[in-house]
Every structure is written in structure tokens, then in C-alpha cells.
Design a protein around this ligand. Structure first.
Ligand code: NAD
Ligand code: ZN
Length: 347
């Protein structure tokens, strides 16, 4: 094996990134070395690329970024259990401490010392990456590697959707970025009666229809509330999955929620949001869930089971690029004219 690898790194505290030759990392105690087969671009990577306020406060260059991937285990560090060389794996990208109160009470997804691969330590826009063995999801069934690479956003959608009662439910998804799109076939398979999707991007609304949305609404030109009222005989939706982080969408979503409804919030607003809690939640007797990442590893078992039952994520994937063209992919993500963008590190 050669000593260096191709990688995309944030080398400076400034917008952009560089393609570099970096040393191949060595797995430490409890870690494995994964040869990346397929990776994918996440919105977080765009934040790091653009070097926005959040990135400036969190990321310390030099850093190889990227965190959505799958690959093959090629080397084990000391003390690794439950995995062997040659295993095909996806990776839970939140590396948790294992000792805080939340980790110790079965709630590692809200670990107070979480580290994220590709944000707090070197990530997967590279030919190799090291990860703790506890974070590996070893595939014991046939899976499309491009689907295995997008388990992080897919898991976010699984988690957001499955905290709600979906059987027979009318569901509104506000924001069909990659995660909102992934939620469509999930809620359908989980028994929802109808799925209504809103987004201001017609490109993404078209993708939503391909993934099985019953109704798609562009709130820039249509009255979402009126569409929902008609589709639900005036009752409103039983379930709101908020996946935009947009203030208008959040307000519109709660307005469409039926009395006694459930709202599961994944979207991250870039600043504090103005919402009338009394009418949105209190008088409605609504239940609201905040969603952080994926439950470890309940979400993963649920997600794999849904895939095995035939859930098809492939329509979500719209572009495939080699690592050398990562910059194009990041610009495309910025434009919103895409679903998931797959990156091949080896080409
Ligand atoms: P994204 O941010 O591209 O998706 C947001 C979508 O919302 C876009 O398609 C956008 O056009 C749409 N939108 C904007 N304004 C709207 C409006 N008024 N009405 C309806 N839709 C509108 O990408 P994503 O990766 O799918 O992420 C979705 C959200 O989830 C983001 O806010 C992201 O930051 C957040 N997120 C949260 C977690 C978590 O653990 N809580 C993890 C990953 C991502
Ligand atoms: Zn912890």
C-alpha cells in the first residue's frame, strides 16, 4: 500500500478547499482503517466549503472533510471487536463518548461530547479514513454501495419520521431537500395515508413526486394551507415533518397541523425563529419532537429493515462525480438543483 492518498482538505480558515496528497492514516486503539468506496455530499460540507459562521466557530483546519460514506475495512487497530478485514461498512458519523449521562442511558444520539467525522476529525473525502469500531454498521445483506453511502441523511429521515404514529396518517413534509425526499418512501412504507410535500424548488418538488409524494406544493406560488385543508377535509395533517429549517415553512407547517397532531423537527434554522407557540402548539395539544442525528443503533436497524423490505432510495441520487470534481458538486448543492450527489474517491 502506498503511503499517501488523495483527499479534499480545508487547509485554511477561509472559503474553498484544496485537493491534497495526505498521509494514509493509521488506525489507533479501537479504530479501523476503512478504504472509502463511495461518499456523498451533505449540506454541512457546503457550510464548511463556504466557511460560514457555524464553520468558523467549529472547524479547525487543516481538516479532511466529508462524512457520508461506505467502504471496506482494510486494517484493524488493537482492541477492535465484531468486525474483520474485508467487511463492507457504513459509518454512524457521530462518535459518542460512551461515558456521559446520555450515552449511559441509551441516548447516545444526544451525547454531550459528540465528535463528528469530517467536522471535528478527518473525514471521508479521501481514499482512506479511520473510525472507531463501535461506529461501524457492517452490512450483512446485499446493498447498493451508493445507498450504503447515504445512510446518514437516510437515517435522519428514518428517525424524524418513525418517532410519529404514521399508520393511516396524513403527513406534511416541509422542505424536500435530500432528507425530506428520503422521508417520503419511509412514511409511505410505515403506513401513511397520504404525503404532502412543500418546497420552494420546483426541481426538488419533481423529485418528491418521483419518490412517491401524493401532492407537491410550492408555497411561493400556491396556498399550502388551502391545499392541505382540501386534502384533509379541513382537519389538517396528523403529522408534520419539518425538514427545511425555514421560518416561513415552520410557521406554515404548524398552521397545517391538526389538533392533537405530532410535529417532528429536524430542520436547523440559521437564526432564532418567531413562532406563536400558543396557536401552533399549546391550544392544539400538539406533540413536538426535536430530532438530533440517528438513534444508535435503533434507527439503523429500522433503516436496514425498510431497505430490505424494498424501499428504493436510488431516485434520490441525481449526480455522480469523482473526487477531483468535488468543487462542482459543492456548487451544485449550493444551487439546490440536485438530490444526493455521490463522490467516487478512487476515480
Ligand atoms: P436542505 O437544507 O437543502 O433542505 C432544505 C429544503 O428546504 C430545500 O430544498 C429548500 O428549498 C427548502 N425550503 C426552503 N424554504 C422553504 C419554504 N419556505 N417552504 C418549504 N421548503 C423550503 O438539505 P437537507 O440535507 O435535506 O437538510 C434539511 C434540514 O435538516 C436542514 O435544515 C439541515 O440543516 C437539517 N439537518 C438537521 C440534522 C439534525 O440532526 N437535526 C441533520 C442534518 C441536517
Ligand atoms: Zn456521551
Amino acid at each position: 500500500m502506498s503511503q499517501t492518498m488523495r483527499a479534499a482538505a480545508k487547509t485554511q480558515a477561509a472559503p474553498g478547499f484544496e485537493l491534497v496528497e495526505a498521509p494514509i492514516p493509521r488506525p489507533g486503539a479501537g479504530e479501523v482503517l476503512v478504504k472509502v468506496r463511495v461518499s456523498a455530499i451533505c449540506g454541512t460540507d457546503v457550510h464548511i466549503y463556504q466557511w460560514d459562521q457555524w464553520a468558523q466557530s467549529r472547524v479547525q483546519p487543516p481538516l479532511i472533510f466529508g462524512h457520508e460514506f461506505c467502504g471496506d475495512v482494510v486494517e484493524l487497530g488493537p482492541g477492535v471487536k465484531g468486525v474483520k478485514e474485508g467487511d463492507f461498512v457504513s459509518v454512524e458519523t457521530h462518535f459518542t463518548c460512551g461515558v456521559c449521562r446520555f450515552c449511559r442511558t441509551g441516548r447516545a444520539h444526544i451525547c454531550q461530547n459528540v465528535q463528528i467525522v469530517g467536522v471535528d476529525r478527518d473525514g471521508c473525502f479521501a481514499e482512506y479514513v479511520t473510525v472507531p469500531y463501535e461506529n461501524l454498521w457492517v452490512w450483512d445483506a446485499e446493498v447498493n454501495p451508493e445507498v450504503a453511502a447515504i445512510q446518514d441523511p437516510y437515517g435522519n429521515a428514518v428517525h424524524t419520521a418513525l418517532v410519529c404514529d404514521l399508520v393511516g396518517a396524513s403527513v406534511l413534509i416541509t422542505g424536500v431537500g435530500p432528507i425530506g425526499l428520503a422521508a417520503i418512501p419511509i412514511v409511505k412504507r410505515a403506513g401513511a395515508k397520504q404525503v404532502i410535500c412543500s418546497d420552494v424548488s420546483s426541481y426538488r418538488l419533481d423529485l418528491a413526486a418521483k419518490l412517491g409524494a401524493d401532492l407537491t406544493v410550492n408555497p411561493a406560488s400556491q396556498d399550502l394551507y388551502a391545499v392541505v385543508a382540501e386534502a384533509t377535509k379541513g382537519r389538517g395533517v396528523d403529522v408534520l415533518l419539518e425538514m427545511s429549517g425555514n421560518e416561513q415553512a415552520i410557521n406554515a407547517g404548524f398552521k397545517c397541523l391538526a389538533n392533537g397532531g405530532q410535529a417532528s423537527l429536524l430542520g436547523i434554522p440559521s437564526k432564532p425563529v418567531n413562532l406563536d407557540l400558543a396557536s401552533a402548539i399549546v391550544f392544539k395539544g400538539a406533540t413536538v419532537y426535536g430530532i438530533n442525528g440517528r438513534k444508535m443503533f435503533e434507527t439503523w436497524y429500522q433503516g436496514q429493515a425498510l431497505l430490505e423490505s424494498g424501499l428504493d432510495l436510488t431516485p434520490l441520487i441525481t449526480h455522480r462525480l469523482p473526487l477531483a470534481r468535488l468543487g462542482e458538486g459543492l456548487e451544485l448543492m449550493k444551487s439546490g438543483q440536485c438530490g444526493k450527489i455521490i463522490i467516487y474517491p478512487g476515480e
